[in-house]
Design a protein around this ligand. Structure first.
Ligand SMILES: [Zn+2]
Ligand SMILES: [Zn+2]
Length: 362
């Protein structure tokens, strides 16, 4: 058992507290990773606000990168010193979903209350999202970890763990976008910018960004959007359809706002699909007109973590970054220490931020 520093949530909606906690050594197929960087995601903030419930005290944080510092006896293919990306995608490998190539919806539950973390005095400490990465080190399942080139800076690699795979994967995997198709991306934040660059990489013809601010639409263009539409105007889908000359083959909803979900089907072409990525708070409802979707052969499908297979998808994203074809450095808006995490969270909540990254000195 070792003591590490972590940012602990004791109460929903209250600031995180930096304190010493216990981390046990990796067992079986677990890996210990000493972190260089962890990014702050809107999911961490929603959890910390109590939007989705969960046990307290808890350690959030799930977009991380670092180096392997210890491995369990059954780990194969990873060793101390390897550069890795750590994700929350804990996959058992044996359930029907994992066995059919959909590890992001693994059916084997994980109880973070019985994970590797304990409070300093040995009490229950919840390892949120099977990660608990607002901490100097994590102990996670090997399935959550991907070895990557040491050439990619860890602050860039950390972003791939969640926001990048979620956005790029929504377009490439969930929408199955083909070259020449048209895409609308609602929300030009951390995930939306990645959906936009995913659409560019996939060879989309028109990529229309929809957001509430001109400033975000300008950033969207830097990431590959061909057109921008302000969501605040009346019937923004009309402006989007004008830009495309038709409806969209895929509409990627990257924000958790209900008006975005309500409007999404209106942007579609016949046969098009809404990809549901943004996560509203539990209990929030949206509505749509079934007759239109049935008549037009349209669909809506949820996409969790970009439907990725991390061992397949993360190495190619790292390679695209190293070739200069995937923007990651441009996604970082601020760098902070673990002690500054509450300020970094406040900055992310402010809305203008792309991604804030916590960096660890070592
Ligand atoms: Zn995330
Ligand atoms: Zn599984």
């Amino acid at each position: 058992m070792q003591m590490i520093k972590a940012a602990v949530a004791h109460e929903f909606g209250a600031p995180l507290v930096i304190e010493e906690v216990q981390l046990r050594a990796p067992e079986g197929s677990e890996v210990e990773v000493t972190l260089d960087a962890v990014a702050i995601c809107h999911s961490d903030i929603s959890y910390a606000e109590g939007a989705w419930g969960g046990t307290l005290p808890a350690v959030y944080g799930h977009e991380a990168a670092g180096r392997v510092s210890a491995v369990g006896a059954n780990v194969r293919g990873l060793e101390a010193g390897d550069s890795v990306v750590v994700t929350l995608i804990r996959a058992c490998g044996a359930c029907p979903s994992c066995a059919s190539g959909s590890p992001t919806v693994c059916e084997t539950p994980y109880d973070g209350d019985k994970g590797p973390l304990k409070t300093a005095d040995g009490g229950t400490l919840h390892q949120a999202m099977a990660s608990g990465a607002f901490a100097e080190k994590v102990v996670v399942e090997q399935s959550q970890v991907v070895k990557v080139s040491p050439d990619i800076p860890k602050e860039a690699a950390a972003l791939i763990a969640c926001g990048v795979i979620t956005g790029v994967g929504a377009v490439v995997n969930a929408a199955g976008l083909r070259a020449g198709q048209d895409v609308v991306v609602i929300g030009a934040g951390g995930v939306g910018l990645n959906a936009i660059q995913g659409a560019r990489i996939a060879g989309a013809r028109r990529i229309v960004a929809v957001d509430m601010s001109e400033e975000k639409l300008a950033v969207a263009r830097e990431f590959g959007a061909t057109d921008g539409v302000l969501a605040s105007g009346p019937k923004p889908w009309r402006a989007a359809q004008k830009a495309m000359g038709r409806g969209a083959d895929a509409v990627i909803v990257t924000v958790g706002a209900i008006p975005a979900y309500d409007a999404a089907p209106r942007y579609l072409a016949g046969g098009g699909k809404v990809i549901m990525v943004g996560m509203p708070h539990s209990g929030a409802m949206s509505s749509y007109e079934p007759v239109t979707m049935a008549f037009m052969g349209q669909g809506m499908v949820g996409s969790k973590m970009g439907d990725v297979v991390i061992q397949r998808d993360i190495p190619w994203m790292v390679d695209l970054y190293l070739q200069g074809r995937l923007k990651l450095d441009e996604l970082i808006s601020g760098r902070w220490s673990l002690e500054q995490i509450n300020e970094a969270i406040a900055d992310t909540k402010g809305g203008a931020a792309r991604r804030n990254v916590i960096l660890f000195d070592r």
